[in-house]
Structures are given as C-alpha cells and as structure tokens.
Design a protein around this ligand. Structure first.
Ligand code: PA5
Length: 412
C-alpha cells in the first residue's frame, strides 16, 4: 500500500521522495542563510516550532553536537515555541539578550499557538534591538507555500521563506527544509544526511522478506496482536540518541495511536535508566517489548587505566575501552530482559554521524507507514490532537469559541 500509494492518507507521501528528490538549489539556499548569518556575526539561532516542526532538527543536533562544549565556529541553536512555559521562554530570552541572535520560525499551518506565542516575543526582541530592516534579514520562516498567517506575515515583512511541501506531514518532515535548514545553519552536512536517508530508502524499498522496515513493522505488530504487548520501549545505550526517542515517539504515537488501537511508544536510555525503570522492565507488568537502537562504533576512545592499589577492584577492566563495558552491559541486559519476558528487536547503525542519522530517520518513517497499515489505521492524520486545542481556545476566550467557553466553565 505504501509503495503503490493506495492506502489511507496517500496524499501525504511526499516524504518518500525527499532523500533523492531534494534539489541542490534547496540545500544551497539553506547554506546561503547559514553564510549570511555568519557574516552578521550571529552566534545564537532560535528555532521556533512544535511537534514535527521541531523534533527532527533537535534530534539531529542532540546527536551531532559535542555534548558539553559549544563549537564557537558555529552558532548555538536553541529551540522555543515547543511548550507554553513562561519560565522557559523568559530564560531563553535572557540568553537571546546576551547573544547576537537570529531566528528560524517553523510552522506548516502557520497558526499553531505555541510557536506563534514564542515568535511574537522573539520577533519583538529582534526588531527592537536591530531595527525592522535588519530584523527582516535575521528572521527566516519555514511554512506553507501560499497560505497561513506566517506566510502572510513573511510576505509583508520581507522574510526569506522555505516551503513545507503540501504532501509532507509534520512528523515526516525532518528531511524537508523543516529539518534541513536548522541542521545546516548549525553547521552540519545535510547532503550527507540525505545520502544516508537515500541508502535506507534503497534498503526499505525492496519487495522481499529481507526488507528491514517490513521486518520491523511485522515484528512489532506480532508483539501487539499475538503476544498482547501494548508498550514498546525504544532503547539506546548512547546518550546522543536520547532525543531520538522523542522524535520516534511522536512518529509512532501520532501515526498509530488512533481508533482505540496502537502500541504506546516509550523510550529509555541505558544504562542510565537501568537504575530507575530497569526494575519495572525486568520484573513489572509484562506489557512491553524493547527496540534497541545500537551503535556499532564509538566516535571517541576512553581507555580504563590500571591502578596499583586497585581499591575499586576495576583492574580486571584495565586496558579496555569504556564502550566495551557498554557493549557487555547491553548484552547482559538483552539476556536478562528476554529471560524476564521482554522480547527485544535490534536495529543497528554504524556510528553516530549525519549519514547514519539520515538512515535512521528514513528507516523509521517507512517502517511507521507499513506498521500503521498493518495495524489498520491511517498513518498520516492526527485527529486526536484537536481536542485539547478546542478546550484551550475556549478557556483563553479566543473569539469564535464563546459557546464552548460557557460549556467548559459549567463543567469546571
Ligand atoms: O506531525 C504533525 O503534523 C504535528 O506534530 C505538527 O508538526 C505540529 O502540530 C506543528 O504543526 P505546524 O507545523 O502546523 O505548526
């Protein structure tokens, strides 16, 4: 169905073409923004967006950035508009005030409340600080080609804009300008990411039992339908991939959790979480299975030294890499969890870099489409996310919601 484009939501399959169909001119346009901001001395880029309009870019940057040190040859990229916390926004603005700031605002609809609120604050700051003309060069919008408030504003203010294609839904948009622009501006090689995605596309497009996306989709549906497993925990042993769990949760949660069906997507970072929810996974309700995203090669080497006194009794590990201990922890956990009734699916990448992150993005997008069709739902809609919005608008007394406001106030 995914291949022949005959399934529900088949007007949202534009993501399938992104790895090899993205024109060089689009990447060059992203690089032009990066270089322009460098020439303006920008050292902080605020990326505003929520859901599919932020999770992919943040996932890539959390995977690729140094985990402790900001590379001063690149701007720091921070994310806003993905919540409505006043303290979060205020503290982000504290950072903006002491930085040379630019902003990428991303909203396909152009009307989502969380990013709209954050953008109003950031836009006002940039305009007051640099003047309207300079602000127009420091704000770039990623939105619909023709419609929505953000598109109208961009045209009026003269912002550079990038298009979220009509046929690409939010959670499938990381390989469109939604992800490519922030990742490129942060200094990473988006061509390499697309090459990785294209490699995954070649693997998951074959019509055979060897297709890894079909295997993964089949295995998780087997867990659900045959073994009654209602929870899937995406596990990684590399903290660089912790946020990958957030992207994956949105992808599968929003695509499959509907019509009273779906596997609840959870995530964990081992060995860290073996010291917290590890107890539950080993010994609690047998409702779950695990999918481990493992990384074959470490990008860095730390060798454990020998100690004459050996008071910590670690000399048996002297000369070994820390990653060796991590690998043995993973193997030991696998056996323990399988013994404890938690089946494990394994998905491996060679190392954490742009290519492999691109591979993972495309692999899971394709698997998600196949898996949702096996489950019998439309992977590409999200009717459930409207419910909270209606109540919130009524409570905020948005014009047009007067009747709902009365109704809700009675209930409260
Ligand atoms: O996957 C989705 O469609 C959603 O998570 C959207 O990305 C999210 O709601 C943001 O929407 P928009 O880009 O229109 O602001």
């Amino acid at each position: 169905m995914l291949d022949k484009e005959t399934g529900a939501g088949n007007d949202f399959l534009g993501w399938k073409q992104l790895p090899d169909g993205t024109p060089e001119s689009l990447i060059q346009a992203c690089e032009a923004v990066r270089d322009d901001w460098k020439s303006r001395g920008v050292d902080l880029v605020v990326v505003i967006g929520i859901g599919g309009s932020y999770l992919g870019a943040r996932t890539a940057l959390e995977a690729l950035n140094h985990q402790f040190i900001q590379d001063t040859s690149k701007p720091r990229v921070v994310f806003a508009g993905n919540n409505l916390s006043e303290e979060y926004l205020a503290e982000m603005m504290d950072l903006a005030a002491r930085s040379n700031v630019a902003c990428i605002v991303i909203s396909k609809s152009g009307t989502t409340t969380e990013p709209a609120v954050a953008f109003r604050v950031v836009k006002e700051h940039i305009e007051k600080r640099y003047g309207k003309a300079e602000a127009a060069g420091r704000i770039v919008a990623v939105t619909d080609a023709v419609k929505g408030a953000l598109k109208t504003l961009s045209t009026q203010e003269g912002y550079r804009t990038f298009v979220v294609p009509d046929n690409v839904g939010g959670r499938f948009s990381v390989l469109s300008p939604v992800g490519l622009l922030p990742i490129c501006v942060a200094g990473y090689d988006v061509r390499e990411m697309l090459r990785g995605a294209a490699a995954a596309k070649a693997q998951v497009s074959v019509r055979s039992a060897d297709n890894p996306a079909v295997q993964y989709a089949a295995m998780r549906n087997l867990q659900y339908f045959e073994l009654g497993k209602k929870v899937e925990v995406l596990v990684t042993y590399n903290p660089r991939l912790t946020f990958f769990g957030e992207w994956w949760k949105q992808l599968f949660g929003e695509s499959e959790g509907k019509d009273g069906k779906g596997i609840y997507p959870a995530s964990a970072n081992f060995t860290t979480d073996l010291h917290s929810i590890g107890q539950f996974i080993q010994d609690g309700d047998r409702c779950m299975f695990e999918t481990v995203v493992s990384v074959e090669k470490s990008n860095r080497s730390v060798v454990i030294g020998s100690d004459e006194q050996n008071l910590d009794c670690l000399n048996y590990l002297a000369g070994k890499n820390v990653e060796h201990c991590n690998a043995m922890a993973a193997l030991g956990t696998k056996l323990a969890h399988i013994d404890g009734g938690v089946p494990q699916i394994e998905i491996g990448i060679e190392r954490v870099n742009e290519f492999c992150i691109g591979e993972l993005f495309y692999f899971f997008e394709a698997s998600c489409g196949i898996s949702a069709y096996l489950l019998g739902v439309n992977p590409f809609n999200q009717p459930g996310v409207e419910a909270y919005k209606k109540n919130m608008f009524a409570l905020l007394r948005k014009p047009g919601y007067e009747a709902q406001t009365e109704e809700i106030l009675k209930r409260l």
